[in-house]
Design a binder for this molecule. Sequence first.
Ligand SMILES: [Fe+2]
Ligand SMILES: [Fe+2]
Length: 251
Amino acid sequence: MKAEPGMSLQEIAAEVPGAIRVLESYGLDYCQSDRHPLITICAERGLGIESLLMQIGTAELTADQIRAYEGWSDKSLSDLISIIRIRHHSFTWRQLAHMAELFEEAAATKSRYRHDWKRVQRAFNAFRLKLEQHMNFEEQVVFPYIEAIEAAARGGGPYPTAFFPTIQRPVRMMLLDHEAADELLRRLREALANSSLERSRSRSLREFSAVMEPLKNDLSTHIFLETYVLFPRAVNLESLTLEPLRLARED
Ligand SMILES: [Fe+2]
Ligand SMILES: [Fe+2]
């Protein structure tokens, strides 16, 4: 579970690994019964909620995630999007397609494990559908809009129009998708663990396991970078830079 602005300190301390150390460094008492949300506490104390959430998010990072995160704060949003597209989205599209082929092959065999493969395949299909729809929406709607607000903020592009009034709405949807994808991946791994496929010693299973681990690791870095770096910066840019531009234009 990840920390959210609407969660209380107690909830964050209890639910998010690594959060306690960060809360303590800010002098925030997570033992008190105060149920106010983090966003209110930050506003009252003049603390930057984005930086706090980012620190909580990085508290339990793997070495790969820290490497991927390094240097991100200096990059433009367009550069960050290019990195996400090239490094994470392309990889994910390829891995999902490869896994789908493995399932097709395995489920088509006459082996006694065919039904196990079909059961795990159903969990995989749900995970793949969610992730592919999500990446499509990011690539076709969210990323181009973020690139457009950055261009407009620099004075180098027209004021962007979209079917949503503010980037906050699709970002909220994307964050919910991230949680859903996480949960569907957990169910896929559970379906695999509960199957008797480990006994099959098949080539498909070995290949599937070899693809699954890198995909899982890459996905956690990918989701982290969007949730804690790209999207908060885009929301900030829109509210701080673009809103005054829009109001000035309407005057
Ligand atoms: Fe993404
Ligand atoms: Fe995403």
